[in-house]
Design a binder for this molecule. Sequence first.
Ligand code: SF4
Length: 77
Amino acid sequence: MADKSIKQPENVPGKYYVDQTCVPCSDCIKEAPNLLQYNDDESHIFFKNQPTNQTEEKQAKAAMAMCPVDAIGDDGE
Ligand code: SF4
């Protein structure tokens, strides 16, 4: 389970976030390209946008479900 106390600093505020256990494998970006992106040195992924409609909400949930290290959480603020 992702830990909101170790969020990546670049995440925009809101429900979804990537924590510091991201590998990164980049698989989640394929699920939600409008929501997720690499940081500058490509050491991890973060949420650049929060979902604003049902389609994006589904994409965020799909990204969370397929993350191999459970680095994506939906209990952020
Ligand atoms: S799927 Fe998980 S480990 Fe892979 S890049 Fe996304 S957040 Fe990081």
